[in-house]
Design a protein. Structure first.
Length: 292
């Protein structure tokens, strides 16, 4: 879940384009990007798009409208395709919202042709940030926490800026809560499509904070995100050298060794294994992905 692209559910052209892109995840949006008058029609378009995107090796989620509205149940019923990975839950405030969504999903899943849907809680308010760990632990369906900085700053009565001071605490807290709960953390979008340098810095900061991917709003942002959240050549070289040096030491009963004048112990060895495993997963995904 490196590149996570939002696509408006009422835009057929954008949805068709998404099927040709090198993204890991598509979020078909029935919420903020769809005007009220078009939501009903957007559901049908979304269902068709799921069947086009999934065979391309793209994981597909639908961002439904808030459970506080009378739209959410209809969103779910109309888009619950066997090819759908799950639902993004916006405007969440706590574990009870996750439980309410599960109550809607569970009866649908009694059909053997319906998969067990996963959930992406969208953390975008002060109360959701405070309760992020509880939300992440609310259900085994939770795959990742997704940070939404714009609604968060609105809720805090502040304005979003590129410097990010007004959402710094929330952005730092979320990947810690996600990691502690054993789920992924997906970073917030960067809206200035003309500021390529700022975008690169923002993506790199997200990786340093512990995010495993980033939500994006335009195809031109895909390459930077995929590259940043994939192991670099330098990281792979380090990981392989650590594994090659440390595994023989383990067989000799050593818990720590010196490599290039630096201490290497079990923590470094496990991190090296994670890097190699992630790289292998990405390569496997790329090999198995159907080509246009």
């Amino acid at each position: 879940m490196r590149s996570v692209l939002y696509v408006p559910a009422n835009n057929r052209r954008f949805l068709e384009k998404a099927a040709t892109l090198d993204i890991d995840v598509a979020i078909i949006d029935l919420e903020d990007s769809v005007p009220p008058a078009e939501k009903e029609g957007a559901r049908s378009i979304a269902r068709q798009a799921i069947d086009a995107l999934a065979p391309r090796g793209i994981e597909v989620f639908v961002r439904i409208n808030s459970l506080a509205t009378d739209l959410a149940k209809g969103d779910i019923r109309m888009t619950a395709s066997p090819r759908l990975r799950g639902f993004m839950l916006p405007k969440i405030e706590g574990p009870d919202d996750v439980n309410r969504l599960e109550e809607i999903l569970s009866p649908m899943e009694e059909n053997p042709d319906t998969p067990r849907f996963e959930i992406l809680p969208l953390i975008e308010s002060a109360v959701a940030v405070v309760r992020a760990f509880e939300i992440a632990r609310a259900s085994p369906r939770i795959l990742a926490l997704v940070f939404g900085a714009f609604d968060f700053t609105f809720d805090m009565r502040t304005n979003w800026s590129k410097e990010g001071a007004e959402y710094q605490f929330a952005r730092q807290k979320l990947p810690v809560d996600a990691r502690a709960a054993g789920v992924y953390a997906i970073d917030t979008v960067y809206p200035d499509l003309e500021d390529e340098e700022g975008f690169v810095k923002d993506v790199e900061l997200g990786k340093r904070l512990g995010y495993t991917g980033k939500t994006i709003i335009h195809p031109r942002q895909i390459a930077v995100v995929n590259s940043t959240f994939s192991p670099s050549k330098t990281e792979m070289e380090w990981a392989r050298r650590v594994i090659s040096a440390y595994e023989p030491a383990l067989l000799q009963g050593k818990g720590a060794i010196s490599l290039d004048g630096k201490l290497v112990d079990m923590v470094h060895y496990r991190r090296a294994q994670e890097i190699v495993a992630l790289n292998d997963l990405i390569l496997h995904h790329q090999r198995d992905r159907p080509q246009i």
